[in-house]
Design a binder for this molecule. Structure first.
Ligand SMILES: [Zn+2]
Ligand SMILES: [Zn+2]
Length: 328
């Protein structure tokens, strides 16, 4: 599939600045038309030139005519994405922020910022699985509060024991897991957070002008990452609700998570590869927020990007069982 201008026949691409399709040749807008002539993997449907792509490439650029191609059979059927997060940051904006961020960096050779090098940057849609869960967590146990004070020459310690029960039901919405090995999981984790509220129903239009991969890891294979996170977050919420105690001694504690929905989504990333003295430096930029992740030391910010709603604090009591006043 290729998007062409009705006016001049040029390759119409999606512009993050204009937030719509536009023709870079005649500046025409909303002039796209899908041409499917001679469609096939490894042959450009525009010029017939041979293209070398890997097994998972779903969108690429023809090295001869520079048109952006989308490979139908890799975005259809079982590979049809449900959702796409369109690029929000343009290549020009990314160039500017890379220059800003690294301008004082001593490691940067002068041509690191050159127009020619930066122009080689590619926008890429990375495949993700997005899981919805309903998690159910329970804590049932003893908690103690210990208080000490001195009066005269005596030291008092008061230990209060409570029976504490917490039962939470938490709905997790669109927990993302990288569905390809195109980029390391750690890189994608650093790129977080994305604002998933901007996800849209999939349209191939958004892919025109970019590269893309289809998933190469099944939703079932990758599920453990999201499920563990949902369970851990639920338990953390429960613990955070048990405050003010000195000790916690659970008698019963469990958490389960049940998948309620699954979406296949494409997320935008700008990739800038820079070769210097036999080493490749890779810079990844969140295509929605412009956040830069480079091979410079970066401390990952721990941000919960997905939505988590506590439906109901079904049962929450703090019942005092014993009251002990001891004199030491
Ligand atoms: Zn045109
Ligand atoms: Zn071509």
């Amino acid at each position: 599939m290729i998007f062409k201008c009705k006016n001049c026949g040029g390759n119409v691409i999606y512009s993050p600045d204009k937030e719509k399709m536009f023709c870079p040749y005649c500046d025409g807008e909303d002039c796209q038309e899908v041409s499917d002539a001679r469609q096939g993997i490894e042959v450009c449907s525009n010029c017939g030139g041979e293209i070398h792509i890997n097994d998972y490439t779903s969108a690429s650029q023809c090295p001869y005519c520079k048109n952006y191609l989308i490979f139908d059979e890799r975005v259809e059927g079982e590979y049809a994405p449900h959702l796409i997060l369109p690029f929000k940051v343009s290549k020009e904006a990314v160039k500017k922020s890379i220059r800003e961020k690294f301008k004082s960096s001593i490691f940067a050779p002068s041509d690191f910022f050159s127009e020619a090098k930066l122009d080689g940057m590619q926008g890429m849609y990375v495949p993700f699985w997005m899981y919805d869960y309903t998690a159910h967590g329970l804590y049932d146990g003893e908690c103690t509060k210990v208080r000490s004070w001195t009066s005269g020459d005596r030291r008092y310690t008061e230990t209060s024991v409570y029976h504490v029960v917490r039962e939470f039901e938490v709905a997790f919405d669109k927990m993302p897991v990288d569905a390809s090995d195109a980029l390391p999981d750690s890189t994608m984790d650093l790129m977080e957070p994305y604002d998933y509220k901007a996800l849209e129903a999939f349209k191939a239009d958004y892919m025109s002008g970019f590269f893309a991969e289809k998933y190469n890891q099944s939703a079932d294979t990758m599920e453990y990452r999201a499920k563990e996170k949902a369970k851990k977050n639920t338990m953390d919420m429960i613990y955070q609700s048990i405050v003010g105690y000195t000790h916690r001694r659970p008698a019963k504690e469990f958490v389960t998570a049940e998948r309620t929905d699954l979406n296949y989504a494409l997320l935008p990333v700008w990739i800038y590869s820079y070769r210097y003295k036999d080493q490749t430096y890779q810079f990844h930029v969140n295509g929605q927020t412009g956040k830069i992740v480079g091979k410079v030391p970066i401390v990952p910010a721990k941000v919960m990007g997905y939505g988590a709603t506590v439906f109901g604090l079904i049962f929450s009591i703090g019942l005092m069982l014993r009251f002990v006043l001891s004199i030491i």
